[in-house]
Ligand binder design. Structure first.
Ligand SMILES: [Zn+2]
Length: 812
């Protein structure tokens, strides 16, 4: 839903060119790229003897590089300070070499001085160790849900791969590599490229050698070590692999089988065939989401159950296509430095919307970008930053939305021609924001400097305040469009002057509905305040639409009569605009006309997203009519609409709907709907609440959506008789553990006693969640006293460390 924020400011400035032009673009493109004096060519990484207790392993890394300066006498590599180097030699091992380690740097002194262009080879033998979670993550087995086998996974981005092997750890130098890994019996090693050899020794240990033979940035080197099964699909003959725990193998195919079609669609849209010889997706425990390691993506192990597909799981809808898109944007063409990271993330966030648009139609695509828009507005409200800047907070949704705007501005064919040009000009290389601009200029002939200037290098978006007036004598509608965004950004800590344009430049379409026909007009807005006259409006307008295809990223405040809004909600095919209209109508609780329009949309709109939004909006409308529309929505074919209706009913306090909600709780095929029905019933029928919550806490559902709703209901009711059930649920459900902390923070000592028992659990997952609960929910003063007393009883080393860190922090 579009947020409507009011920012009405009197502005004197009426005209003039784009104010406040700065030179951010020149600063950002290459400013943050790292220099070095060699070209990394190839690395052979050999690892063995992984030890879960010490978080250690043995390694030998052979590096080939080319000197880029005369008098090349030493090689400076990035190597974590916990890597204990035992020996360095020339590549064949013949000549030992001197070396020195200074914190995260390894300097190797060559046996003789090399000339510019000479190739150098050197081998480093070392005993490696990591701080768990930095570079490599070691995970112990846990048999209870969420079950996981013992495993290790790597995470390189942004600059953590040097914590487990010596390398050049910055994206602007691409190399090829081999990964030869010896793992315990029963384990598999998954890495990038193609599996070259796979040998098992007599003691059961297995050595797998992977070869990445097309150059890529070293942050994309990856390794997963775990007992995994391999499922295989094909795309044009190339292997498409899914590595999962044996217990997940039955469910994995239903999740991943969309992958070959996504590869096909992305190859067709970009005009560049999938660039790697194989695509693997591997699931691991406690992962933050997904990582697009080249040809071998790593993903969290939340494989949906069959029932979860009714609720369109994020994993399949967003995560899989996002990481796949990175195989072109990020892996094949890579940001030259982290300040241009939106080139990776913006495209990866943009492409899933294109896929679903191809497969499910225009509404599915609009819905995808509408969700990005809502995320963008929330992030921008917290802190406003340009896309191209170091540490920019908004590269995902804003990147996707800016690319979507560009696509609409250029049209599909020219847009994809520009994308193809970018991918071809920088194939297997790196790029900056300006490289993308030049690719579009080369492909389309258009100078898009103005677009980059306002959308890539500067921050913010137009905040439009519009008003309309119809003059029957001249048959003209006069529109006044004012840009009210303010340039109030402080200078960034790095000294970069972020700024917001005084006036954005963009095309604005106007559609005026009348009794006979619609009148349309297209204008360019490029001033702070602009008047637009629409002639030929002979009868009173029935609606006025601005920017009907959403071609500009904006916020619109446009006060209109309710009947205009109702007409638009009925007629406008664009989901994004409909959501905006619903937000306007939702604020008019007293208006029967608004309620009728929303009820009609909730029960009759042609796409589920609009029906769900209208249902949510009806929550605030008093009276039986709104309840009746919501009860009808409870029977919708779409689970999203039923869930929205249950949620809205739970907010209204109308006890007449209880039996309809009971039916949803008892019978619905969607877990999300049952979760919302439980929450609503717990509010509307207090007599049933306790039994419902107990049942909900004990039930299993994908990502615990039902048990979490039951937990939320328990927290809302502050029912301390539920502590025993919450304690049992805390053995499975993350939110239930947090609930113990919430009750503890409200003064329930017993809840904290239960929490402490989990902190002493033999299961690492539970200990971690108990620490998290102390850190996030329990007041520092309480945590300090209790954890201090508990400390002597904590046996596990890593939990001790976590608690010590917490005590240090809370002591400050
Ligand atoms: Zn990404």
């Amino acid at each position: 839903m579009t947020r409507r924020l009011f920012f009405l400011i009197a502005v004197a400035c009426l005209a003039g060119p784009l104010a406040g032009q700065d030179n951010t673009e020149r600063i950002v493109n290459e400013r943050d790229s790292r220099s070095h004096d060699f070209d990394l060519l190839h690395q052979r990484i050999e690892l063995r003897d992984f030890d879960w207790d010490s978080l250690g392993f043995s390694g030998r890394v052979t590096t080939t590089l080319r000197a880029l300066r005369p008098g090349f006498d030493s090689v400076v590599l990035d190597a974590g300070e916990l890597l204990r180097v035992d020996a360095v030699s020339t590549a064949g091992g013949k000549t030992p070499l001197r070396w020195v380690q200074v914190r995260d740097t390894l300097v190797v002194f060559l046996d003789r001085v090399r000339a510019i262009g000479d190739t150098v080879g050197l081998a480093v033998e070392y005993r490696g160790r990591v701080r768990n979670g930095r570079g490599l993550t070691f995970i112990e087995a846990d048999s209870l849900p969420p079950y996981r086998p013992r495993q290790i996974w790597s995470q390189g981005e942004a600059m953590d791969n040097h914590l487990w092997f010596p390398t050049y750890d910055f994206p602007n130098d691409k190399a090829t590599w081999e990964m030869a890994v010896t793992v315990p019996a029963g384990f598999t090693a998954v890495s990038n490229g193609i599996l070259v050899t796979d040998r098992t020794s007599r003691d059961g240990r297995r050595t797998m050698r992977w070869h990445q033979d097309r150059p890529a940035s070293t942050y994309l080197v990856s390794l997963v070590v775990a007992p995994l099964v391999r499922l295989v699909d094909r795309w044009r003959g190339r292997p498409v692999e899914y590595y999962v725990y044996r217990e997940d193998s039955a469910r994995a195919r239903a999740l991943f089988d969309v992958t070959p079609d996504m590869i096909e669609v992305f190859s067709r849209l970009t005009g560049v065939d999938y660039p790697w010889p194989r695509y693997a997706q591997t699931t691991v425990a406690d992962f933050f989401g997904g990582m697009e390691n080249v040809g071998a993506t790593t993903l969290v192990d939340w494989i949906p159950t069959r029932a979860a597909y009714a609720d369109r799981p994020w994993f399949r809808h967003i995560l899989i296509p996002h990481e796949l898109a990175h195989q072109w944007f990020g892996d094949y063409v890579t940001t030259a430095n982290w300040a241009n990271m939106w080139l990776n993330e913006g495209f990866a966030e943009f492409l899933p919307g294109q896929y679903w648009g191809q497969r499910l139609g225009a509404h599915a695509m609009e819905e995808y970008y509408l969700d990005e828009y809502e995320q963008f507005m929330q992030i921008d409200a917290r802190r406003r930053m340009p896309l191209a800047s170091q540490g920019s907070n908004n590269i995902y949704p804003k990147g996707a939305l800016v690319l979507r705007m560009l696509q609409q501005h250029l049209g599909d064919e020219r847009f994809w021609a520009g994308v193809k040009r970018y991918l071809t000009d920088h194939a297997l290389g790196v790029a900056t924001s300006d490289d993308l601009r030049q690719a579009f200029r080369a492909a389309t002939g258009e100078n898009l400097d103005w677009f980059w200037e306002q959308w890539v290098y500067r921050a913010g978006y137009p905040r439009l305040v519009a008003s309309a007036e119809w003059d029957s004598l001249s048959a003209t509608l006069s529109l006044r469009v004012e840009q009210t965004q303010r340039d109030t950004l402080p200078v960034d800590v790095s000294g970069t002057p972020f700024s917001v344009p005084e006036a954005f430049r963009f095309p604005l379409s106007v559609r005026v509905g009348t009794a006979d026909e619609d009148v349309t007009l297209q204008v360019w807005i490029d001033r702070r305040v602009q008047e637009v006259r629409v002639p030929g409006i002979v009868s009173s307008p029935s609606m006025v639409l601005l920017d009907e295809r959403n071609e500009v990223l904006k916020e619109l405040t446009f006060d209109q009569p309710t009947n205009w809004l109702a007409t638009q909600l009925r007629r406008d095919p664009n989901l994004w605009n409909r959501d905006w209209v619903i937000a306007q109508l939702a604020a008019r609780h007293e208006s029967a006309e608004a309620r009728v329009a929303l009820a009609a949309a909730a029960n009759g709109a042609d796409y589920f997203h609009t029906r769900a939004s209208a249902a949510v909006a009806l929550a605030a409308f008093p009276g039986d009519e709104a309840s009746r529309a919501l009860v009808t929505a409870l029977g919708d074919t779409s689970a999203q609409v039923r869930a929205a209706a249950a949620q809205a009913l739970g907010q209204r306090g109308d006890v007449g709907v209880i039996s309809a909600l009971r039916t949803r709780w008892a019978e619905d095929s969607s877990e999300a709907v049952r979760a919302q029905a439980l929450l609503a019933l717990a509010r509307l029928a207090p007599g049933e609440a306790r039994a419902l919550i107990v049942e909900g806490l004990a039930s299993s559902s994908y990502l615990d959506v039902i048990a979490e709703a039951a937990t939320q209901a328990a927290i809302e009711r502050a029912d301390t008789t539920l502590l025993g059930e919450l304690d049992v649920a805390a053995g499975r459900v993350r939110l239930a553990m947090l609930a113990l902390g919430v009750f503890g923070a409200r003064g329930q000592e017993r809840a904290l006693d239960l929490l402490d028992r989990h902190l002493l659990s033999s299961r690492a997952t539970l200990r971690g969640r108990a620490v998290e609960t102390y850190r996030t929910v329990v007041p520092d003063s309480v945590a300090r006293v209790r954890l201090g007393a508990l400390m002597p009883a904590i046996r596990n080393e890593s939990t001790r460390r976590q608690v010590e860190e917490l005590l240090e922090r809370s002591g400050q």
